[in-house]
Design a protein around this ligand. Structure first.
Ligand code: ATP
Ligand code: MG
Length: 516
């Protein structure tokens, strides 16, 4: 077929491991058409990132070949791939924070004026490509001052500057708000119009249906199918991914399952909490909240409207609380340290798994016992109960279906979604009465999302309070017993998620429109 720009044929990648080698890609084949948007979907640890890293020359396959415009290619490193017109935008951006946008864009290929870098020309280049692809940037701004979505646009422009014809994105929307994702998709359309071809990995099937032309579904290292989106459905894709039907939308919790609110004890109370302004300009303004046992209180809002600070405040991580009080089961924790808050049994499931969630140099076991190791029955007065801790990790790996070769493997060997499950398992074990779940399913596949959601619902039904902070409106709507919306550091209002028009009510509050 003449419109095929790229073909991957029988790619196999095996990671050696003392106990059992991991076959991350098992004879994977995929074709990419010129000018198409091709989604790559599948459960966590299924080999999507591995495949893309092979295409980009980061990893070498054991078997298989890459054909570009019908010609066989080998990429020993990303430089080879870039030279062949392939660019990749990673999830963790690789820009230099102290350089400006324009400087980053032309980095290593700077226009010169005599011996010096021609900064004016760099800005011109930045303006030109940014205009051509309608990707808005601010050429003179330092990267450290740019939002994540602007940094992502710089990465995209950078690979276009290097002449990319094929653009690879590994979960590009995981760090974006719904509005920013929408903008990214507009850019995808522009790129498509310009004849570029895109492969993007995502766990959000709604996005696939919205933007992709075709999708390739992988399961356990193999390709299950490649489908035309116009002839497929979300349920269809979900079933191909996990091998069973999955309910992708309905509410997981009914308010009628619980005793009336006033009969339930409160676990967390915030009264008029205000904070100083952070360097990024965020602030908490007069936050009042009451979370009772059995509540899943959803905190919705566009990312960066103070939700992060709210989570930090509850977890003893926010140092500049200026006013108000935070109480956990009647005990004042307003100025408590994180260590003490954790000791009380406030658990924190974070979506920032690489920054806050895990210790990257440690094993799975070491990561999973952090927290529980200070508690009975896993710790005595002086000594740790090593055997019990080991049993705990092993049973958590089983219960939470964490795909790991061994508890002693380094945590960073796990795929993103499996790291997320480790954090969940540990925090749920640690929790006494309150679970703070912040973007708990970021980067997690839909089978695991269903599982994580069920865990949270079960905990609420068992009488725990859950504070669910999420920018994913579907998640908030399907799980919460109550929803509050944050906007510019304030609580804009509360919405009953069982109302038929809850989504649009929340949407208005998210945009800063006060309920009438
Ligand atoms: N450097 C590595 N060393 C050992 N094993 C690895 C390495 N990189 C990946 N793996 C293993 O290969 C398998 C595929 O991982 P990969 O990261 O490609 O999955 P993925 O589909 O991108 O998952 P996710 O959706 O969670 O990001 C996993 O079992 C993972 O643990
Ligand atoms: Mg991945």
């Amino acid at each position: 077929m003449s419109d095929v720009i790229l073909e991957l044929r029988g790619i196999t990648k095996i990671f050696p491991h003392p106990e059992k080698p991991v076959i991350a890609n098992d004879h994977v084949s995929l074709t990419l058409r010129k000018g198409e948007i091709h989604a790559l979907v599948g459960e966590n640890g299924t080999g999507k990132s591995t495949l893309m890293n092979i295409l980009y020359g980061i990893l070498q396959p054991e078997e298989g070949e890459i054909l570009l415009n019908g010609e066989r290619k080998t990429f020993k490193n990303p430089r080879d791939a870039i030279a062949a017109g392939i660019g990749m935008v990673h999830q963790h951006f690789m820009l230099i924070p102290s350089f400006t946008v324009a400087e980053n864009l032309v980095f290593a290929f700077e226009p010169k004026k005599g011996m010096f870098v021609d900064k004016k020309k760099a800005v011109e280049i930045a303006r030109e490509i940014s205009g051509r692809y309608k990707l808005h940037i601010d050429p003179d701004k330092k990267i450290s001052e740019c939002s994540l979505s602007m940094q992502q646009r710089v990465e995209i422009l950078k690979i276009l500057f290097h002449g990319a014809e094929i653009l690879i994105f590994d979960e590009p929307t995981a760090v974006l708000t719904p509005q920013e994702s929408e903008e990214l998709f507009k850019a995808f359309e522009e790129l498509k119009k310009a004849g570029k071809s895109i492969i993007f990995i995502t766990h959000k099937l709604r996005e696939v249906m919205h933007i992709a032309d075709r999708a390739t579904v992988m399961r356990k290292g193999k390709v299950v199918d490649t489908v035309e989106i116009s002839k497929s459905s979300m349920e269809d894709l979900a079933e191909k991914m996990v091998g069973r039907r999955i309910d992708v939308t309905t509410r997981k919790i009914a308010n009628s399952d619980f005793a009336p609110e006033k009969e339930r004890e409160s676990v967390l109370t915030l009264e008029h909490v205000s904070s100083g302004v952070t360097p990024s300009g965020e602030q908490l303004k007069d936050i009042c909240l009451k979370l009772r046992k059995g509540d899943i209180l959803g905190v919705a809002g566009v990312g960066g409207n103070g939700q992060g600070l709210l989570v930090e405040a509850v977890n003893g991580l926010l140092r500049n609380i200026k006013d108000g009080t935070i109480a956990y089961e009647g005990q004042d924790i307003t100025h408590s340290q994180a260590y003490n808050v954790r000791r009380l049994g406030i658990a924190h499931i974070t979506g920032e798994r690489y920054i806050r969630g895990v210790s990257a140099d440690s094993s799975i076991h070491e990561n999973m016992m952090m927290g529980p190791h200070r508690r009975s029955p896993w710790s005595g007065k002086v000594f740790l109960h090593v055997k019990k801790l080991r049993e705990l990790t092993e049973s958590l790996i089983r219960t939470f279906d964490i795909k790991a070769s061994s508890p002693d493997a380094c945590i960073m060997e796990l795929s993103g979604g499996n790291i997320q499950k480790c954090i969940l398992a540990r925090e749920i074990t640690l929790a006494h009465d309150l679970i703070v779940a912040e973007e708990p399913t970021r980067g997690v596949d839909i089978g695991s999302i269903e599982f994580i959601h069920q865990q949270l619902v079960d905990k609420a039904k068992a009488g725990y309070g859950v504070l669910l902070v999420s920018t994913d409106l579907d998640e908030v709507l399907s799980l919460s017993t109550r929803v509050v919306v944050m906007y510019e550091g304030e609580i804009m209002g509360e919405v009953n998620p069982e109302l038929p028009d809850a989504r649009s009510r929340i949407g208005r509050l998210m945009a800063g429109v006060q309920a009438s």
